[in-house]
Design a protein around this ligand. Structure first.
Ligand code: SF4
Length: 393
């Protein structure tokens, strides 16, 4: 699995599963990463953990996509983006451990899964059939915000045109509980997009494909060195909850932008046995962070002018490699599809009673009656604290 990139367009705001997770964990952290584009500090320990996950996924994806064992192992090696002898002994993660995980998958779930499922194939922009590994999508939410994702693997049933989302995970936990994944909306969101892709991009004779209501998590427990598969069945209501939740996040982000304040969540400052990468800088004023960002952007602009052919931002999906699969939708297309499903199984009044999408179109961002200038407040508080300290000293 190559390091995944997202399409960043000037003036547009990107949301993904992980940016939404960050936003929910700590809005200030989301702001540091996505508004002020701060980089923070990444520890070596986390690099090994990430490299392990990427490598195991790359090997599994290649094998499932029908590549030879040697080729799959080569892809596993190529995805290792930490030191070759890097190791996290506590979680038993290293390059040799990733190879071992691959071999365990090959002996166990590869055989089980391949009996009924194969990696789906869709046509890319050039009309070529491409296996759906890291299938990329982008959903336009309101002309500014868009939701993007990469689906680890899309499986198709061997006999029927049913499509399934498979998420690959690695964990150092020796036991996995379904609560670790059941209400995660990562695969759920992907399955809604897949439902649309299956109906529109797959036609076999006169029948189009169907996106399954189930999602699969294939989890590798590195401590125990075994895989476990967890299937979850989602409902129409879960799908509606996801779509409404997504739009609510856009609504809250706009509110925080408008007020000029992204709250901190102190309980997220120490996670995965380490402090947040912004721990030493998240107290900087917005003014300072904005000035840093402007300097960075000015330097990037000057560099781009020097190198006329430099591509600073991948403008659209056309920049992707020919063998990549990507799909673009508008949120209303996904909504219409799910409302259509509701009408297929319920009568009109029941659809109305179910109130699947509630007040889907969010009202205008409500503002406090007196607008608070948080930048000003921030500075004033800072200055008064300095004065207070000086008095104490
Ligand atoms: S250090 Fe804590 S409050 Fe600051 S950005 Fe990180 S998680 Fe949020």
């Amino acid at each position: 699995m190559a390091k995944l990139s997202y399409v960043k367009e000037h003036g547009k705001r990107l949301l993904s599963y992980s940016t939404r997770q960050t936003f929910k964990a700590c809005p200030r952290k989301y702001q540091m990463q996505n508004v002020f584009h701060q980089e923070g500090e990444i520890s070596t320990k986390s690099s090994v953990d990430f490299a392990f996950g990427h490598s195991v996924a790359a090997g599994v994806q290649a094998l499932m996509a029908g590549k030879s064992r040697d080729r799959a192992l080569l892809e596993l090696f190529s995805a290792w983006d930490a030191d070759f002898d890097g190791e996290n002994p506590r979680s038993k993660k290293s390059l040799p451990a990733a190879i071992e995980a691959f071999e365990i998958f090959e002996r166990t779930y590869y055989k089980t899964l391949s009996k009924d499922w194969e990696v789906a194939q869709f046509r890319n922009a050039n009309g070529d059939l491409v296996p759906a590994v890291e299938l990329t999508f982008r959903v336009d939410l309101d002309g500014v915000f868009n939701y993007q994702g990469h689906i680890d693997l899309v499986l198709k049933h061997i006999r029927d045109p049913i499509f399934l989302t498979l998420e690959l995970k690695t964990t150092s936990a020796s036991e996995v509980h379904e609560a670790m994944y059941k209400h995660s909306d990562q695969a759920l969101g992907y399955s809604i997009v897949l439902d649309k892709i299956a109906r529109t991009a797959y036609v076999d004779g006169n029948s189009s494909g169907i996106g399954s209501y189930s999602v699969l998590y294939l989890v590798y427990k590195s401590g125990k060195q075994e895989f476990e598969i967890l299937p979850f069945t989602k409902s129409l209501l879960h799908r509606a909850e996801f779509l409404v939740g997504l739009m609510m996040d856009v609504h809250y982000i706009k509110l925080m932008d408008k007020v000029g304040h992204y709250p901190k969540n102190g309980s997220a400052c120490y996670d995965f046995f380490r402090p947040c990468e912004f721990f030493t800088i998240c107290d900087l004023s917005n003014e300072t962070l904005r000035a840093q960002l402007e300097r960075k952007e000015a330097m990037a602009k000057a560099r781009a002018e020097r190198e006329a052919d430099a591509v600073l931002e991948s403008g659209n999906f056309a920049n992707m490699k020919a063998d990549e699969l990507s799909f673009d939708f508008h949120i209303t297309e996904l909504l219409d599809m799910q409302v259509g499903h509701a009408h297929e199984v319920l009568v009109d009044d029941e659809v109305k009673d179910l109130n699947l999408f509630g007040e889907f179109m969010m009202p205008e961002v409500p503002m406090p009656t007196e607008e608070v200038d948080f930048d000003k407040l921030d500075n004033e508080v800072r200055l008064s604290s300095v004065a207070q300290n000086e008095r104490i000293i």
